[in-house]
Structures are given as structure tokens and as C-alpha cells.
Write a protein that binds this ligand. Structure first.
Ligand code: GLN
Length: 386
């Protein structure tokens, strides 16, 4: 027997669902609509800016909080989105993607036994990061078809040990975009109970219905919110792993307390590329929206015609579907059939729930793929019928 050397607090998590299904996808030569990464490149000018930074000798450690040019660009961008006056030196920290920002926020904030409220289905790094921070996760379930936030359930989940709410809007995997009422309700709860809000807003630029509202811009929320964003989704650069945290100095101290010992500093030339990306301007964002709307509509129509119950997303590049019309016992069995016999990889969302049974009827597809790839997937969906 092989001894398990993995720390007890990490043993429950095993391998991430994304690694598992990307491997299966490759094994079966499937169209990979599982792990969410674009199959197209980000803007050439951004790649050129990173290349230029390398050639010009920006190849040593960046400052711990990030390259000044990127922190200034982040401060301008976040200031424009929120109307807040953001100080690039005091309020911005560059991290290794949003995942490091999530981990740093939690590791820097939590004392053993502190509780964090998380909405399920959740992104799978949330429970693992809370566990690494010695915290305890309290979940509030959101349910189809709307996957809205039940404010009474949030209030009921609060105890004397609650320290933070971990919010993700637009939401992976449900595509829910939190409404003003939901955010104002959460803000009131955070103020009443003196909680920190960690707001994962990495899909802020991929919204089809409604509008993304940053919770940090609501009354009395700037001082208690850590907002996390990244390049990955907005600029189709998931492999660069460039993200950032924006927060007032006492919460920036939380992020940096952990960040300085996890990664210390982030790839210098890529930070110059990221600064160039944030300078692209509104025409770029409009095109991104237009392209994703076309991809969303194409895949959602195809899924509906194939017989799924489709929960059309208001934002993000994911769509959750009800697979039960096909008669499989659960999401794993359905996804296994889909990858082996239909040639499409998708994600069974069980690991996004405290109790995997809550995700049993659902399957997540990613549509961050070129139109011909989505069309090929839709053609293959034909094999599901009959
Ligand atoms: N964010 C991506 C998704 O939800 C995957 C990231 C990862 O592979 N860890 O699919």
C-alpha cells in the first residue's frame, strides 16, 4: 500500500475536476468544453508589449506588490468602474492569477476556526483555500433555474465566528450576475456583522444581461471589500496567470502578508503586457462582449436542440444544463458517456457542492472556443439522440 503523504486538511480535495476531465478529453480525442480556457489567443499588441519588456531587460524580480505601470493601470480601470479613488501604491497588489489572490486573501485573513460564507456551486479552489487557511466554510446553496442569492439563507448561515463572505459575480459555474438588490442585501449583512467581502470578479467583462456591479462601490463597502480580477478571461490569457487584488490599506495588508511569502513577486514582463492590455480601451471590451454573445447563443441553441434543459447564463463563458432528459444516473455517468461516445468533454459539477448530490442533475459546458469548434461540438451532440 502506498502511504498518503498529503496533509489531512488537503486530502478531501484530491485531483481538481479540471485536470481530470482535460486528461479524459485528450484520451478520447474529444472537443474540450470542460476546463474553461480560450482556444484562441489574446490581443497581439499585448503579447508584443510583454515581448518588448523582455527585450528591454525587464527580467528580474518585480516589486512585491507589482510593477508600478500595471498598478497604475489597475487603479485607473477599477476607479473608472467604481467611481472610487484608488491609490496604485496603497490599494493594489498583483498576484499569480486570481487564484493566488483568493488564497492570499484567505490565508492573510483567517484565524483557525474563522468561518467564511460561500455560495454553492462554488469554484473548487475556494474550499481548498479556506482549508489551507485553517478556516471553516459555510455554504449557501443557489438553485436553478435562476441561481439567485437567498439573503435569508445568508443571514441564517452567520455565526459569531463568521469573518467573511466570498462572493463571485458574474458567477462560475452558474452564469448568474448578482443584481443590485442582492448586492445591497449582502452589503447590509456585511456591515451589520462587520464582515469582510472577498469579491471574485474575474468575469466582470463578460456580461450579456444586466450589468456587473462591483460591491466595493456600494455604501460603506470600500473599507471592507477585497476585489479580485485578472487578465485571464478579459484578455484570453489564462496561461499568463496575472491577477490583482484591490482593497483599502488594512485589507491590502492582509493580501500582502500572505502574497509576499507565497510568490513574493509575479512574472515581470507579463505585468508590462497586462498594463498594455488594460490600456486597450472600450472598443476591445465591446468586441469581447459581441464575440462571447455569439458563442453563447450558438452553443445554448445547440444544447437546447439536442434536448438539454439549458440555464442560459447572464454572464461568464459557462452554461449549466440539466442532463436528466438523457436518463443517466448522475453527472459523472453522463459526462463519462459524453466524453467516450459523443466526443465532448464537459464538467460534472459535483465538486462545486458541499454535497455532490446537489449537482447530480447538472453539467457545465464552456463556450470560450472558436465558432468552428463549437459547431463541431454541436454536430457531435447529434450522437446523443436516438
Ligand atoms: N477557471 C477555469 C474553470 O472554471 C479552470 C481553472 C483551472 O483549471 N484551475 O473552468
Amino acid at each position: 500500500m502506498c502511504r498518503n503523504h498529503v496533509a489531512t486538511r488537503l486530502q478531501p480535495f484530491g485531483e481538481t475536476v479540471f485536470a481530470t476531465w482535460s486528461r479524459l478529453s485528450q484520451q478520447h480525442g474529444a472537443v474540450n468544453l470542460g476546463q474553461g480556457f480560450p482556444d484562441f489567443d489574446g490581443p497581439p499588441d499585448v503579447i508584443e508589449a510583454a515581448h518588448r519588456a523582455m527585450v528591454e531587460g525587464h527580467n528580474q524580480y518585480a516589486p512585491m506588490p507589482g510593477v508600478p505601470a500595471l498598478r497604475q493601470a489597475v487603479a485607473l480601470d477599477f476607479g473608472a468602474a467604481t467611481g472610487l479613488a484608488v491609490d496604485p501604491d496603497a490599494d493594489v497588489t498583483v498576484t499569480a492569477g486570481c487564484s493566488e489572490a483568493i488564497a492570499a486573501s484567505l490565508l492573510g485573513l483567517l484565524n483557525p476556526g474563522d468561518e467564511v460564507i460561500v455560495f454553492e456551486p462554488f469554484y473548487d479552489s475556494y474550499p481548498a483555500s479556506i482549508a489551507m487557511g485553517g478556516g471553516v466554510m459555510r455554504t449557501v446553496t443557489t438553485r436553478p433555474p435562476l441561481f439567485g442569492i437567498d439573503l435569508d439563507a445568508v443571514r441564517a448561515a452567520i455565526t459569531a465566528r463568521t469573518r467573511a463572505i466570498l462572493l463571485n459575480t458574474p458567477h462560475n459555474p452558474t452564469g448568474h450576475v448578482a443584481s443590485r438588490e442582492e448586492l445591497e442585501g449582502l452589503a447590509a449583512i456585511a456591515r451589520d456583522h462587520d464582515l469582510v467581502v472577498i469579491a471574485d470578479e474575474v468575469y466582470d467583462r463578460i456580461v450579456f444581461e444586466g450589468r456587473h456591479l462591483p460591491i466595493a462601490s456600494m455604501d460603506g463597502m470600500w473599507e471592507r471589500t477585497i476585489t479580485l480580477r485578472s487578465m485571464a478571461k478579459t484578455f484570453s490569457m489564462t496561461g499568463w496567470k496575472i491577477g490583482w487584488a484591490v482593497a483599502p490599506p488594512p485589507l491590502t495588508a492582509v493580501v500582502r502578508a500572505a502574497h509576499q511569502f507565497m510568490t513574493y513577486a509575479i512574472a515581470t514582463p507579463l505585468q508590462y503586457g497586462a498594463a498594455a492590455a488594460l490600456g486597450l480601451g472600450d472598443a476591445y471590451y465591446t468586441q469581447l462582449q459581441t464575440d462571447y454573445l455569439a458563442r453563447r447563443n450558438l452553443l445554448c441553441d445547440g444544447l437546447e436542440r439536442a434536448g438539454f434543459g439549458v440555464h442560459v447564463p447572464a454572464g461568464t463563458y459557462f452554461v449549466m444544463c440539466d442532463h436528466t432528459p438523457f436518463g443517466f444516473a448522475n453527472a459523472e455517468a453522463f459526462c463519462q458517456h459524453l466524453v467516450e461516445h459523443v466526443g465532448i468533454a464537459a464538467i460534472p459539477p459535483g465538486s462545486f457542492y458541499g454535497d455532490p448530490a446537489d449537482g447530480r442533475d447538472l453539467v457545465r459546458f464552456a463556450f470560450c472556443k472558436t465558432i468552428p469548434v463549437l459547431e463541431e461540438a454541436i454536430r457531435r451532440l447529434g450522437r446523443l439522440m436516438g
